[in-house]
Design a protein around this ligand. Structure first.
Ligand code: DX5
Ligand code: ZN
Length: 226
């Protein structure tokens, strides 16, 4: 059972109304983090937002911004998101040229450094890199779009990642993103995830704030069974 770091719920604004972002964000003020998906139409076949929107969002909310960069050449572009006000910046290891150097740069700029794995990317080759990171993101859909179905095939990787973190005594957060809902969050928490991104489940709910709390309660109950 893990109680040291606590469950974090991070609503993804990808499923919010982009024309009313400040209102949408106020509506989930009880969330631990706000998950912000940056897509460049190259690493993934979708385009979202960039540095200027993150700067404005940072001014509009006190909730820490958790950036998920689905972009090529994060080595070049990621540090600007720290400057823009992100408290956590996650890059995809498949796109990074020098993940250790990048993680160190993000940390020295004052952000938490995260590394993301697409569903087909194994965690084991990166075991030695883990101490350089504050968070490992195991994608549970192919990145690019909200509202996709959760991939159960990612659950064994979550378990293996949790075992690696425990074996090395590392206090990284283990985040899951994609298809996380009341139907799937318990499976993720039982497998060892402690940080949950939810886009359509939160912003598609009649009461997004209540959904954040329901998801949290569900994850906490499942984590306590581990
Ligand atoms: C997908 C993004 C996710 C997305 C999740 O590539 O990284 O953060 O917003 O959306 P749901 O929770 O609807 O699967
Ligand atoms: Zn994301």
């Amino acid at each position: 059972m893990r109680t040291d770091m606590g469950i974090h719920i991070a609503p993804s604004i990808l499923s919010a109304d982009f024309a009313h972002l400040a209102d949408e964000v106020r509506g989930v003020a009880g969330a631990d983090w706000l998950h912000v998906d940056v897509m460049d139409n190259h690493f993934v076949p979708n385009l979202t937002l960039g540095v200027p929107v993150v700067e404005s969002l940072a001014k509009a909310t006190d909730t820490p911004l958790d950036l998920h960069l689905m972009i090529e050449d994060p080595d070049r572009w990621a540090p600007a998101y720290v400057e823009a006000g992100a408290s956590s910046v996650t890059f995809h290891v498949e796109a990074a040229t020098a993940p250790v150097r990048l993680a160190r740069e993000l940390r020295s700029a004052g952000a938490r450094a995260g590394m993301a794995l697409r569903p087909a990317t194994p965690v084991e080759p990166y075991e030695e890199l883990l101490p350089e990171l504050d968070m490992l993101l195991v994608m549970t859909v192919e990145p690019g779009f909200g509202g996709q179905a959760f991939l159960d095939l990612c659950l064994p990787k979550i378990r293996r990642a949790r075992a690696l973190l425990d074996r090395h005594g590392l206090d990284l957060r283990l985040q899951v993103d994609g298809g996380v809902s009341l139907e799937t969050i318990e499976r993720c928490a039982e497998a060892g995830a402690d940080t949950f991104v939810a886009g359509s489940a939160v912003f598609g709910a009649d009461d997004p704030a209540a959904m954040v709390e329901t998801l949290r309660a569900s994850a906490e109950a499942a984590a306590a069974r581990r």
